[in-house]
Design a protein around this ligand. Structure first.
Ligand code: TPP
Length: 586
């Protein structure tokens, strides 16, 4: 095997074309070995094997700088830059290698930690400027997928690269797919370019001032080497547009590209996955609910931004929703501004977004939506600790972010029934933008009646009256609050338990009422506690006698954390909270 011996890409340069093809095959098998045992991005990596071999053969990394977009296609690069053990080795060796580009893991060959889309060209323009000012001569190469071109930052990066006017190579990896089908006007031009072998007159990249080359055979090592050689050391902004096949070399991934974008372990002989018990999911419940409601209300529109699965919108459900589903592409900023406009225009838009990806929309939420007070609804999903855990995909910051924006109500339901009641109310009201944090600790049901109407001012719900200690347990951590209350009861302390429902502001009346009969308030939130929900309550009690124990996750750069360890380090295991309460009370 070549790849077991290759310690650096420079060694590729000793090989002839036939040997390079073997390297590509071995790399593909190594990627398959990892994703089938460990899970991870399947299609994006399988389609980019040949391009990676060719890039490393032609260019001279680490002197030349390679910048990946999302970096979910960087597995072949890892195999060829001394990390093959993460693909061929045991589980521990696989765990040691992240699924994204990571300078912490490999400072020599990985230039940036990347996980959100559409950033590679912008990051590369920074390296380009640094090179130009220092007067050095290295190639700067940005890789970007066709799907990621729809993000605004990608446009800004292209704009800057053209303005700089010096050498930069942008490899557009066009596999005709985002996670799902891509959306946006640019895809018409990409299609025309593909169909005309790069020759059509209206060429988006050329119009922007780029030199342009097209390669239809983007999975052919030899042809890729030829085209990359022809642009090596260019002193102009240059695009090489390659057509690749997502999932190349693994039939199940080629046949169902959306399902094989990312996945859990599988049998690589036939692509089958171990049967998993079918449990209820908010994705399925939400999409079913929206589809049913849409039939009664033609103004209801479900919006997604490149991740239709966030709302459970499978290809079949997208088809069923028709014009009442809009996917704006990987363009979260566009989604926010557009739902504001839709609400203004008399529609009832509901945008569903993963917690980590809402981060790039602070200004659109503050300006386009909230200052305008348009009654659009945002569903934030997977917010919390039991969610994605790569450093670039942490879902802990939506509460501090959204709760710092004036004019936005951020609700935290604790059960399925409460969630849909809040969602219905948010959709039907016409005064304010409302965000709702879908619980991320599984689907819990309640037999208690839930409120149908919600006030615009925070109104907490006291669910159990007790004394000495009050637990205010928000959203996904409400069940943790129940557990802590039960454990305290076993120790003879009957705690007050509160479902705050509102994350964005304190309910002064309820907080004041606790001053009689309680010495301690415990707040629990499933997210970063710095700037979060509990700190606001602690600040409210500031000058009073009330003690406040704020329970949440300390702000930090977490990477691939273990959930139990994270909770334990932050003293958020049920027993630890009980211990701390007893300690403070005694
Ligand atoms: C800001 C942001 N939104 C959404 C995502 C989720 N996401 C990861 S990869 C991807 C599709 C990227 O498509 P493309 O660039 O064409 O690469 P491909 O997977 O097809 O190789 C999306 C939507 C993300 N990583 N970042």
């Amino acid at each position: 095997m070549y790849i077991e011996k290759i310690k650096s890409p420079a060694e590729l340069k000793q090989l002839n074309i036939e040997a390079l093809k073997v390297v590509a095959d071995e790399t593909r098998q190594a990627v398959l070995n990892r994703v089938s045992k460990h899970g991870g991005h399947v299609g994006p990596n399988l389609g980019f094997v040949e391009a990676t071999v060719a890039l490393h053969y032609v260019f001279d990394t680490p002197k030349d700088k390679l910048v990946f977009d999302v970096s979910h296609q960087s597995y072949p690069h890892k195999v060829l830059t001394g990390r093959a053990s993460g693909f061929l080795g045991n589980v521990d060796e696989m765990n040691a290698i992240s699924g994204y580009s990571s300078p912490t893991e490999c400072p020599e060959y990985d230039n940036f930690e990347v996980g959100h889309t559409s950033t590679s060209v912008s990051l590369a323009t920074g390296l380009q400027k640094a090179r130009d000012i220092k007067g050095t001569k290295e190639n700067i190469i940005a890789v970007i997928g066709d799907g990621s071109l729809s993000g605004g930052e990608a446009f800004e990066g292209f704009d800057e690269a053209s303005e700089l006017g010096t050498g930069i190579l942008i490899v557009v990896n066009d596999n005709e797919m985002s996670i799902a089908e891509p959306h946006g006007g640019i895809y018409k031009n990409l299609r025309d370019l593909r169909e005309s072998n790069g020759q059509c007159n209206h060429n988006w990249f050329k119009a922007w001032g780029f030199e342009y080359k097209y390669l239809e055979e983007g999975n052919d090592v030899e042809k890729l080497i030829e085209v990359f050689r022809s642009v090596k050391d260019t002193n102009k902004p240059t695009v090489v547009h390659i057509q690749t096949e997502k999932g190349h070399g693994f039939t199940p991934a080629v046949e169902n590209k959306e399902a094989w974008h990312y996945g859990m372990p599988f049998n690589k002989e036939d692509g089958s996955r171990p049967e998993r018990p079918t449990t209820e999911s908010y994705e399925q419940l939400l999409s079913d609910w929206l589809l049913k409601e849409m039939k009664q209300d033609k103004t209801l529109v479900a919006v997604t931004a490149g991740t239709p699965s966030a709302a459970g919108f499978t290809p079949e459900k997208r088809k069923e929703a028709g014009a009442q589903h809009v996917d704006v592409g990987i363009a979260e900023e566009q989604a926010v501004a557009m739902i504001s406009g839709m609400a203004k225009g008399g529609l009832r838009p509901v945008w569903t977004v993963f917690s980590t990806f809402i981060q790039r929309t602070y200004d659109q939420i503050a300006q386009d939506l909230c200052i305008n007070a348009n009654p659009a609804v945002i569903n934030v999903t997977w917010g919390g600790t039991a969610s994605m855990n790569d450093i670039t995909h942490i879902c802990l910051f939506d509460i501090p972010m959204l709760c710092s924006i004036p004019g936005l109500i951020y609700l935290a339901p604790t059960t399925c029934e409460e969630y849909f009641a809040m969602l219905r109310w948010a959709i039907l009201q016409d005064k304010k933008p409302i965000a709702i944090r879908i619980p991320s600790n599984g689907v819990h049901h309640t037999t208690e009646t839930v409120d149908r109407e919600y006030a615009y001012e925070a109104k907490y719900k006291v669910t159990q009256k007790g004394e000495k200690v009050a637990i205010i347990a928000a959203g996904s951590f409400y069940q943790k609050g129940e557990n802590v209350a039960r454990l305290l009861a076993e120790k003879g302390i009957k705690a007050t338990l509160i479902n705050p429902r509102y994350l964005n502001e304190v309910d002064r009346e309820t907080l004041d009422s606790l001053k009689g009969g309680h010495d301690l308030v415990v707040t629990l939130e499933d997210g970063s506690k710095d700037g979060g929900f509990g700190e606001r309550i602690a600040a409210y009690y500031g000058t009073s006698e009330m003690k406040v124990l704020v329970g949440g996750i300390k702000k930090d750069l977490y990477d691939r954390f273990d959930l139990q360890q994270l909770l334990s380090d932050n003293r958020l295991l049920d027993e630890q909270i009980v211990e701390d309460v007893i300690d403070i009370l005694s």
